[in-house]
Every structure is written in structure tokens, then in C-alpha cells.
Design a binder for this molecule. Structure first.
Ligand code: PMP
Length: 309
């Protein structure tokens, strides 16, 4: 019997490509200090097609993996080049030629403080990007979570540690129990923080506003990408500052951005519809341009792409 993980027959584990069903660890493993990354490789020139894949911002993701490791006191013995080679081999072993999600995972081996497991699962995903993609314009009702985002003097919100996702899972479960599509957290001061797996941006008077890193947000690669391209390439003014909850209700548009969520429009928050038509004009423009960047259509941003082959 083959146990494929999200449809992937193979993953990479501690130095070699192995069958997913043989990627086993002891049930005694200490998993609470695990860290991970979420990275995407898109098909070149057509995010909804088939063909050669490029990994988006590989270097920034590996840098964040190493920052998360440093915060948790974990040492990754593989070089960046070895991790890239491992990722390429795993994509090849699975024979993937459509968009791929890559999720390197690192956690301490049972009974040691020094040694870690490094596992790289990869699997196919369906993008919400691409012209006229109906998944993009689906209506999404979000709520402000009654759970606050973890304060970074309790858990490192700025790092990608699994422990942080207990907080996200509680907020998501609450949202789905109450019939919403997702949740946005406030931080422990009461300002807008982030989504359960993505950063938040709001459109106010033609300007994008987004919370600072000190609002208990993950240091997001997608947020960083948008903060560069919006003012420089798209002439959209950006303000990084604390956002009050009421400002979200009174925004023209609100979007989520992240590797997993890509650019996701939100239609209402706490059942108060946002003020512009849905999806809003700036959200549409940003999603379209982001889609062109990740598929290698924008020459000046090809430096953000690394071949997955
Ligand atoms: N915040 C959280 C909590 C996340 O899990 C993610 C997804 N990694 C993000 C923000 C967005 O980060 P990135 O753009 O680097 O994927």
C-alpha cells in the first residue's frame, strides 16, 4: 500500500529522498520546538499550466528558516545549497510539473539537544492566482478572532515555529464553528495583527496600510515583496503602522498576503461589508502583478526566482 502525503509519493528526510510511507519517526519525538517554512514553486509563464517550475524567493525563505532555528536554539547542519538540491530531487522524484508547495521541517531528535531531523515534504497545490480564476473572487466572510495573537514575549510570533500555529488553529476553528471563512487576530495591545497564516493589508484612501513587525506578525516574505513592489512598480503608497480594529471595518478593501494564501481578497469583517466593489480594484491589481512576478513574466524580478529543476 502506498501512503502518499497530499499526493506526494516521496519526501526528503535526513539526507535522502524516501518513500513518504517510510518517512517515520518515534512517537516519543519532542515536537513542540519544531520550526518550518512554507515555500512555493510556480510554473514558469503560466500559473495555471504545466511545465518548468521556479521557486519564489528561495533565499529569503531559507534565511527565515535559519532565523527561526536560531531563535529556538536548533542547528541545521545542511548548507543552503544542500537544502536546495534536496528540494529539487524531491520534486523530481514525485514527477511534479504543476505548482508545488515546499514545506521544510526541522525539529530536535528525541533524546538529544544538538541533533535535528530535517524533512522536506513537497506537494501540489491549486493557485487562486491567474486571470479570471473563480477561486480568487469567491466571497469571503472574516471575523475578528476572540483569541488574541500570541505576544512575542511568550512565543516568537516573528518566527515560523509550529507552536505558534496552535493559536492560529484555535482562531480558525472558532471562525468555522461560527460560519466564517477565516479570522483576523488583534495583538495583545488590541491593534490589528495578522491572519491565521497570512499578513493583513487594508486599503484606506488609496493607500495600503499594514501592521508593523512589532504587532506580533510573522516576518512575511510576501508582505516584504508587496512592500517593495507597491511603491516602486505600482505607484501605490504604503504605510506600515498600527491599525485599529475600527479602521478595518471602515476600509475600502482588505486583503491577506502570504505564500499559502497568495493574495486573498476579503468581502466582509464581522459581517460589515467593505466599502469598494468585491474584489476591490487595488486587490485585483496587486494579485495580477504578483502572479506575473511568481511566474517569471517581470524581467526585473526574475532574481527572486530559483529554478526547481
Ligand atoms: N503570518 C503567518 C502566521 C503565516 O503562517 C504566514 C505564512 N507563512 C504569513 C504570515 C505569511 O508569510 P509568508 O509571506 O512568508 O508566507
Amino acid at each position: 500500500m502506498s501512503v502518499a502525503f497530499h499526493g506526494a509519493e516521496f519526501c526528503w528526510m535526513n539526507g535522502e529522498v524516501v518513500e513518504t510511507q517510510k518517512a517515520l519517526v518515534s512517537a516519543m519525538e519532542p515536537i513542540h520546538l519544531g520550526i518550518f517554512e512554507g515555500i512555493k514553486a510556480y510554473v514558469e509563464n503560466d500559473v495555471n499550466g504545466k511545465g518548468r517550475l521556479s521557486i519564489f524567493r528561495w533565499k529569503s525563505h531559507v534565511e527565515r528558516l535559519r532565523r527561526s532555528a536560531a531563535i529556538c536554539g536548533l542547528k541545521i547542519s545542511y548548507t543552503d545549497e544542500e537544502l536546495l538540491e534536496a528540494t529539487r530531487e524531491t520534486i523530481e522524484a514525485n514527477g511534479f510539473d504543476t505548482n508545488v508547495y515546499i514545506q521544510p521541517r526541522v525539529w530536535p531528535k528525541a533524546g538529544t539537544t544538538e541533533e535535528v531531523h530535517v524533512v522536506i515534504p513537497v506537494w501540489k497545490f491549486e493557485t487562486i492566482l491567474g486571470k479570471d480564476n473563480p477561486k480568487f473572487s469567491k466571497s469571503r466572510r472574516f471575523m475578528i478572532s476572540t483569541w488574541r495573537r500570541i505576544a512575542s514575549d511568550a512565543l516568537p510570533a516573528q518566527a515560523k515555529t509550529w507552536a505558534n500555529y496552535g493559536n492560529s488553529a484555535l482562531a480558525l476553528r472558532e471562525a468555522s464553528r461560527l460560519g466564517y471563512d477565516g479570522a483576523i487576530f488583534l495583538d495583545n495591545r488590541g491593534f490589528v495583527s495578522e491572519g491565521t497564516g497570512a499578513c493583513v493589508m487594508a486599503v484606506r484612501n488609496g493607500k495600503i496600510v499594514t501592521p508593523p513587525v512589532t504587532a506580533s506578525i510573522l516576518e512575511s516574505v510576501t508582505r516584504d515583496t508587496l512592500l517593495q513592489i507597491m511603491p516602486e512598480d505600482m505607484r501605490i503608497p504604503v504605510e506600515v503602522r498600527d491599525i485599529a480594529r475600527v479602521e478595518l471595518y471602515a476600509s475600502d478593501e482588505v486583503l491577506l498576503c502570504g505564500t499559502g494564501w497568495e493574495i486573498t481578497p476579503i468581502a466582509s469583517i464581522d459581517d460589515l461589508p467593505l466599502r469598494k466593489e468585491y474584489p476591490g480594484p487595488l486587490t485585483n491589481r496587486i494579485a495580477e502583478y504578483y502572479s506575473e512576478i511568481v511566474s517569471g513574466k517581470i524581467e526585473k524580478h526574475k532574481e527572486w526566482l530559483t529554478s526547481a529543476q
